[in-house]
Write a protein that binds this ligand. Structure first.
Ligand code: ATP
Ligand code: MG
Length: 421
């Protein structure tokens, strides 16, 4: 035999029980909260033409420069695994003429994203996002609504110690002047800035504010604030957003350094961070992108969205919130061949009613079957042997408090349904 060993690719993980229950919980809560805000699910493909991403995310971003999984397919087309969701949703919005439907159109998506990053805690090459996009409303009311929706989502999950960082990075009108200020500010420090930031200096100086290299962080002391350079339209929009957040009771921190890593943002950007994670502390992020639909060939359509990072949210849940995983409703401990046949039927009937029933192996001793029920943390154990079949009455035991009793065969479903509701 060869000693070949198969391993998941670096940065890609298997999500297994019991963690999977936390994933399902996050998904269920998100779906519920998003639905009550009128967001509906869409499922774009995981692969798109490469230019769907390069044009929208921006040629000079980390994602496009270094992180995309790009391939040539058998038809000689350049295709890429999606590194994020917004570009696909916008491509779909324009292609399927969703702008002809009444505004605003509100969507959410959930699924895997792919970025060729250096894997580390909280950073993977395949990771999952749940994201939302709202099209056709440029009012800061929509920004507040979307941010508050994210707040409710995290609150419903029990995640309280999070910070909502908000910022406005201006628009096509006011950002060029701010870029000029940055160019002036960093001009004398190019020798100190990292090589990436040197490139950013000429391609997109805003991105220097996002750099995580220590000496670049130091260089940013006293850097002009984007919020001091906003035009009056952006200023009013941002001030209104902040007042709406106050109205809705969302606590926030204005963070003028937070510019986000994608080119398509205009005006509002936001990021939710947690103290209870390591270096990768952003659990969700988003912003407004009022020009992107037009860039994709659609009509001018303002839009805003965010994406939550599933792995980091699940990690937070694990670290900070107590949770109970599902366990069997009943374990049928079986003695003898007749009972083995009959208990198959009972288990099958219970399962048909939506109860989780585990079946013991009549070849094992009652004691070992009880041990197994214990290991599975089954809520109840029923014992089924020849005597029980004859009398039609079963012994039950509740494992959490060792209470026990007897019950007629015909009442099993009722009994379990009542105790599990
Ligand atoms: P970061 O600064 O952590 O790299 P980002 O700005 O690249 O984040 P976005 O593109 O805005 O992140 O994605 C939104 C969220 O998706 C992030 O806040 C994070 O929770 C999650 N995320 C992004 N990249 C990864 C990754 N490689 N692995 C796991 N989660 C990720
Ligand atoms: Mg990143």
């Amino acid at each position: 035999m060869s000693s070949l060993q198969y391993k998941a690719l670096k940065g890609m993980q298997d999500i297994l029980p019991p963690d999977i229950y936390l994933w399902q919980k996050v998904e269920a809560v998100a779906r519920e909260v998003f639905s009550s805000y009128g967001f509906q699910e869409i499922r774009p493909p995981v692969v798109e033409s490469t230019n769907v991403f390069t044009r929208s995310i921006g040629e000079n971003t980390d994602i496009v420069e270094k992180e995309m999984y790009t391939f040539t397919d058998k038809g000689d087309r350049s295709i890429s695994l999606r590194p994020e969701g917004t570009a696909s949703v916008v491509r779909c919005y324009v292609e399927k003429n969703l702008h002809t439907l009444p505004s605003p159109q509100k969507f959410y998506y959930a699924g895997p994203m792919f970025r060729y990053e250096r894997p580390q805690s909280g950073r993977f090459r395949q990771f999952y996002q749940i994201g939302v996009e709202a099209f056709g409303d440029d009012s800061p009311r929509m920004d507040a609504e979307v941010i508050s929706m994210l707040r409710h989502c995290l609150e419903r999950l029990g995640l309280k110690e999070v910070t909502f960082n908000v910022n406005s990075i201006g628009c096509a009108e006011c950002r060029p002047a701010y870029k000029e200020k940055l160019i002036e500010f960093f001009a004398g420090g190019l020798d100190t800035l990292c090589p990436d930031c040197n490139r950013r200096y000429s391609s997109n100086p805003l991105r220097i504010l996002d750099c995580k290299v220590e000496r670049c962080k130091d260089m940013r002391q006293g850097v002009p604030k984007v919020t001091d350079s906003l035009c009056s339209g952006c200023r009013t929009h941002f001030d209104s957003l902040l007042s709406f957040l106050e109205l809705l009771g969302v606590s926030y921190t204005v963070n003028p350094d937070m510019v986000r890593g994608l080119d398509y943002y205009t005006r509002t950007t936001f990021e939710v961070t947690s103290e209870n994670l390591g270096a990768q502390n952003a659990v969700a992020a988003g912003g407004r992108y009022d020009r992107l639909v037009k860039e994709f060939g659609g009509p001018e359509t303002p839009a805003i969205g965010f994406a939550m990072g599933m792995e980091r949210i699940v990690e937070l849940l694990k670290n900070t919130v107590a949770h109970a995983f599902p366990t069997p409703d009943v374990f049928l401990a079986v003695i003898g061949d007749m009972a083995a046949r009959e208990s198959m039927v009972i288990a099958d009937r219970l399962r048909g009613k939506g109860l989780w029933a585990e079946l013991g192996d009549s070849g094992n001793s009652l004691k070992s079957q009880m041990r197994k029920a214990d290991r599975l943390s089954s809520k109840y154990v029923f014992i089924i042997g020849d005597d029980e079949l004859k009398s039609g009455r079963l012994k039950w035991k509740k494992l959490s408090d060792s209470s026990h009793g007897e019950i007629s065969m015909f009442e099993i479903t009722d009994f379990l349904q009542k105790s599990s509701s």
